[in-house]
Unconditional design. Structure first.
Length: 217
């Protein structure tokens, strides 16, 4: 009897240890690792992600999925980037900021021979993304670009200021698909969709319905 109890406790501890352990690449619990779904896509447009530190700790960190899923990408974490200029001055690229607002130009496909963009993407809640813009005056000197209207988000676990607000991985995917329509960037969304479905499954259908469906009606 005592031996059976010890075996039971050891088994529970092993399960809990597996749940706590995280994949060093995607930072998800090992039991829910997303690495098998993360692509490695070539992209002509260079992506520079400026991630707020609070977002880096978040379970639904989609900028990490972008950084892992693209080949021409860099992820910086912080509020203020004192050496931002050296990341922006990349030979062969035109730097601009992907953020909606007055004066932002709607993205369109590259014309033949057109220089590709260095697309700077603030990552965080709307308030924190704006803080990144405020703390880095250099960004205000760059052109702003935005997506065409009509995209809707599958990010069903976060409140957004409007129905067209997108997760970072969605915004980057749509931006690249617009600029480089000859390429297929949809695989970038596969781990994101699995992440959302996994979170919904973990919280249970009833809790999800009450907190994220009924609450948004």
């Amino acid at each position: 009897m005592y031996l059976s109890f010890i075996i039971f406790v050891v088994a529970i501890m092993a399960i809990e240890s597996q749940v706590r352990q995280r994949c060093q690449r995607c930072a998800r619990p090992l039991a829910h690792c997303l690495c098998s779904l993360i692509p490695s896509l070539p992209n002509r447009t260079r992506i520079l992600l400026l991630q707020h530190p609070d977002e880096a700790k978040h379970a639904l960190n989609t900028a990490r999925l972008v950084a892992l899923g693209l080949q021409n990408v860099q992820l910086l974490i912080g509020e203020r980037f004192d050496d931002l200029e050296c990341y922006i001055q990349q030979q062969g690229y035109r730097a601009c900021v992907l953020f909606p607002g007055e004066g932002a130009q709607v993205l369109s496909a590259y014309q033949e021979g057109q220089q590709p963009l260095l697309l700077i993407v603030p990552d965080g809640t709307w308030r924190k993304a704006r803080k990144i813009l405020h703390c880095n005056p250099l960004l205000a000197t760059l052109p702003r670009v935005t997506l065409a209207a009509g995209f809707s988000s599958r990010y069903r676990l976060r409140k957004a200021p409007d129905a067209q607000a997108l997760a970072t991985v969605e915004a980057v995917t749509h931006a690249l698909s617009t600029l480089e329509p000859e390429a297929d960037f949809s695989p970038l969304l596969r781990p994101f969709e699995a992440l959302i479905e996994g979170q919904i499954e973990a919280m249970g259908a009833e809790v999800y319905q009450r907190n994220h469906v009924d609450a948004n009606r």
